[in-house]
Design a protein around this ligand. Structure first.
Ligand code: FES
Length: 87
């Protein structure tokens, strides 16, 4: 599958990544941007472990495509944990 170049700012750092059009934002952030602290929990939008701010709106990044983040400002939320995670 061909990749699409996406420019996204993560925690104030501008990044350019080539992503498959069907990849979730959570995977792009973790695997392509090297962002830690975003958890990959349920993958169906229920646990909230992958929640980030995209242009100051809380988004479950497992439900958003990485290509939809083109031009966006993404920020991690601190101290978020999957509700199923006992930590
Ligand atoms: S991984 Fe659970 S809401 Fe995204």
């Amino acid at each position: 599958m061909s990749r699409i170049r996406v420019a996204v700012t993560v925690d104030g750092i501008r990044r350019h990544v080539d992503v498959e059009p069907d990849r979730a934002l959570v995977d792009v952030l973790r695997d392509d941007c090297g962002v830690t602290g975003i958890e990959h929990g349920c993958t169906d939008g229920t646990c909230g472990a992958c929640t980030v701010l995209v242009d100051e709106v809380e988004i479950r990044s497992c439900l958003m495509l990485g290509v939809q983040a083109e031009g966006a400002q993404v920020r991690r939320l601190q101290d978020r944990r999957c509700s199923a995670d006992p930590r």
